[in-house]
Design a binder for this molecule. Sequence first.
Ligand code: AMP
Length: 144
Amino acid sequence: MKKNNDEYIVIVGCGRLGSHLASLLSKARKSVVIVDKDEKAFNRLSQDFSGFTIQADAIEIDTLLKAKIDKADVVVTTTNDDNTNIMIAQIAKTIYKVPKVIARLFEPSKQKIYEELEVETLCPTVLSAVAFKDIIIGKEMEVD
Ligand code: AMP
């Protein structure tokens, strides 16, 4: 699954976020494996996606092992459930010592808790709000 000297990236969840990210990374010639419990989710991947897909529940350790999480350089959890994302992120970080783990986070108020667990999070809601603000009042206008 791993291309020569290339980063091996496991993405959990192939919905609106995960499929787009997987397509972008595949286009950037990264080795990508994407997992989703719903077979239909893989229809969202771009035509030229050259990675691997695994249809299974990522909560199961067997699924993560099938995705070779133990060999991953990066794990990104993008399911539509914060608890699932954080749980898999923690498994990747603490058990499989994956060097870079990032979790999608819906609820901004939970960000502090995840920081304490030392899991890096991205909250699309917050990122979108900043992008909207930049369009409305400009990037240079700093807001505390
Ligand atoms: P979206 O919110 O559109 O980015 O979609 C989230 C995706 O995560 C959906 O395609 C779900 O099927 C997928 N998903 C949710 N829970 C799991 C899970 N436990 N294992 C694998 N995929 C999941």
